[in-house]
Design a binder for this molecule. Structure first.
Ligand code: ZN
Length: 386
């Protein structure tokens, strides 16, 4: 399985400018490919493939000086991103791809990494010998990140990378730069879990509720930080655009955004880590986040809580730890009684489940979590818990 390791990198001023330039070239490539696809579709009523775009890019590289100083891997990868954006749109996971602005395009990816031994055949003599091939991104002898046409950059490896690096992305966040290593790792098979399974229900007031009744509280720091962000944005809007103070304040706003994102990620990592250690099988409801976000009232809390991001983290952590995350398609999990199965219809505002036939009284989300676990265990053929 793939895992990401993120480290801060410390480029010099010249490298910084170069990477900024590369990012803007990648962004232009993305946008022009998007426009090409749209134009092609209008004319021919059929899609323009990545393969065709790739051919065009190769031609452009010979024609335009601008494209020459940048390594070809990140340029090619731009087209993969666009392809993925379309795929996500067609499969209902995302909106139609948009033209990317400067602030939206912050990373580029080197799809191969390191030094690899390769067999090379001498055409004249027919001899085969092994030669080292260094990709556009690798580590040099000082353990610095070596990128072709950029040079070597110091990276603060604050924790060791476990596994084989498959690719590396370079990301700009505010005025800082990060290297994200994508690593192939083997799954740890022999683990003892304290509990066999649990169901998790997304709360609205709480972040999540487990089927044993445990509450995972919503992170309040986000609301606090958001207030601060609003104030900073208001201050920015009152300043003269382009002035030195405006630039400074804009950076403050960016930093606040990053801080919020970091806090959120940290919260999600800790929560999902804990669950993946505790339970062998974790059942969650397969929510269509897109549909739920359409409901205005729910939208904010879902976005804040980052349920989708949480499930992704939980899934790979479970896998990595020898457990499983199972998404179940459950209907009426919040309506049905978890004890006798009778359907008790209730509005979203009703927070307590009260069953008149068997007398069960439970928190609404707790009742739903028990149902999710039940449906899941049934699906996997495990014996019922209670
Ligand atoms: Zn009941």
């Amino acid at each position: 399985m793939r895992m990401n390791y993120k480290y801060e990198m410390f480029p010099n001023e010249e490298q910084r400018q170069t990477m900024d330039r590369w990012l803007s070239i990648c962004r232009q490539q993305y946008n022009s490919a998007l426009l090409d696809k749209q134009r092609f579709y209008q004319k021919n009523k059929t899609g323009l493939s990545r393969h065709a775009l790739q051919k065009q890019q190769t031609k452009d590289k010979q024609r335009f000086e601008l494209l020459k100083p940048i390594p070809s891997q990140p340029l090619q990868e731009v087209l993969f991103r666009l392809e993925k954006a379309y795929k996500n749109f067609f499969e209902g996971r995302a909106r139609y791809p948009k033209i990317k602005k400067h602030k939206d395009y912050t990373s580029m990816t080197f799809t191969q990494f390191g030094v690899e031994k390769r067999k090379v055949k001498n055409k004249k003599t027919g001899d085969v010998h092994v030669r080292d091939v260094r990709y556009a991104a690798s580590l040099d002898e000082n353990n610095h990140l070596l990128i072709s046409k950029l040079g070597s950059v110091y990276v603060n490896f604050h924790r060791p990378i476990e596994g084989k690096v498959k690719q590396v992305s370079i990301k700009r966040q505010g005025h800082r730069w990060f290297a994200i290593f994508s690593v192939e790792r083997h799954v740890n098979e022999t683990v003892d879990f304290p509990v066999q399974s649990t169901g998790v229900d997304v709360g609205i007031h709480k972040f999540a509720v487990l089927s044993d009744g445990t509450n995972v509280e919503n992170p309040r720091f986000l609301l606090k930080a958001e207030k601060k962000l609003k104030r900073a944005q208001k201050k920015l809007s009152r300043m003269t655009q382009g002035s030195n103070n405006w630039k400074k304040q804009r950076q403050n706003v960016q930093q606040l955004h990053i801080k919020i994102a970091n806090q959120r990620r940290d919260f999600l990592h800790k929560r999902s880590y804990h669950l993946s250690k505790m339970y062998k099988v974790v059942f969650v409801e397969d929510l269509k986040i897109q549909n739920m976000v359409k409901n205005r009232h729910l939208a904010k809390s879902i976005h804040d809580a980052g349920w989708g991001a949480f499930c992704r983290k939980l899934e790979y952590k479970c896998n990595n730890n020898g457990g499983t995350l199972v998404k179940i398609k459950a209907h009426y999990t919040s309506q049905d009684c978890s004890s006798c199965g009778k359907r008790v219809k209730k509005a979203l505002s009703v927070r307590t489940h009260v069953c008149k036939s068997c007398g069960t009284v439970l928190d609404r989300d707790h009742n739903a979590a028990i149902n999710i676990e039940k449906v899941g265990r049934d699906l996997l053929g495990l014996c019922p818990t209670v």
